[in-house]
Design a protein around this ligand. Sequence first.
Ligand SMILES: Cc1ncc(COP(=O)(O)O)c(C=O)c1O
Length: 447
Amino acid sequence: MQRIVERYAERTPGSAALHARARRSMPGGDTRTIVFFAPHPLYIERAAGAVMADVDGNDYLDFLGNYTSLVHGHAHPAIVEAISVQAARGTAHAAGSEAAVELAETIVDRVPSVNAVRFANSGTEAVIHAIRAARAFTGRSIVVKFEGGYHGSSDTAEISVDPDPAEAGPAAAPVPVPEGPGIPSGVVDDVVIAPYNDLVSTEAVLDRHAGRVAVVIVEPMLGAAGAIPAEPGFLRGLRELCDRHGAVLVFDEVITFRLAAGGLQSRHGVRPDLTTFGKIIGGGLPVGAFGGRTEIMDLFAPPGNVLVQSGTFNANALTMAAGRAAMRLLTPGEIDRINRLGERLASGLGGVLHEAGLPAQVTGTGSIRSIHLSGEPVTDYRSKARGDSRPLRLLHLALLAEGVFAAPRGMFVTSTAMSERTIDECLERFSRALAAVRSELAAVTGA
Ligand SMILES: Cc1ncc(COP(=O)(O)O)c(C=O)c1O
């Protein structure tokens, strides 16, 4: 362990120095919790395509893409051009723009369940507004979310994202666990937790709260919990349960919209009432959006709107220009291509881990994949939580030393900036990184 940390530290003195400086003005030198890792996070100087360079001149193949948002890699020329042109024309105007109209049309055209859409500045905001709309529409207050589901950093969303299973109640009837102090008990009281991929238990949850559930919010594939796909029939079952209970069904496609032109919902053939978006639709700039059925979205329609949705930078011209350029580039053919690259990557990663004799699962679908160093299939939060995440953190540092930038939790994402050669190069580096930490991993996993 010590050797790997030292190797990383030796290669990154410039990042260490910047981090020491950052600690003087930001708590722990950090301003985005997920970006921090010990001994110090990386500081990036520039990036283009699939490659990032840190301040010490080390190159990395970027298999994270700012947590799935950079579907075209870094600094795609067409997106840089769109941003440059718009920057020179003004970045935000407190007025509409043609780019925003086109981006909205693209989402409405591609996602059959979305009749109308509104923009925000993050996925977090999109979820906040979708939940508020659902509550206003139903006149009810309870939110059903799934254990391990991540929907951003609002009070309501940050419940049972990564709870200690010892505190989270029975697997079939989890209790809500706030992610930390500071979330009012009144908020917790209105959130009910269900187990992912378990329709029978979810039905029991809805029955228990019959007449009071405003919304069921679900990721069509658990993202932050480790790329755990919905099993066939699960999302359709949720649709039926929501219909029966008069609850609004929200699919959070902030991550999964990159997996199919119509979002992952199109693969499952299920139409939610509302969908939240983010990440890729901003072309690399901050963004969020939510949309769905006309009757619900019309609550926001002026004049006489029932709901207000403000935001100084909502649909700002710069993000909209970047997002429009990115979505024009993201043709169904390109989506298929990066999904195939994801398949090549997943089978390669699985092969290398298998050859190393380590218990491992590679989960996910298409362009989003996650490694779990666990002997049992990972199908929900509890099965994921039974795995030990320490070895993945070790592997992450070893990967950085080999020039692969992936998520510390083991997530790998492909982009249109990659080819099969990029994948094969990644697999070679992965193999070397694994060899460097094989004995430590075996000690932790018991292999
Ligand atoms: C499924 C999902 N919903 C919501 C969010 C929050 O988006 P943002 O980070 O833009 O607030 C994320 C972020 O990773 C996400 O994965």
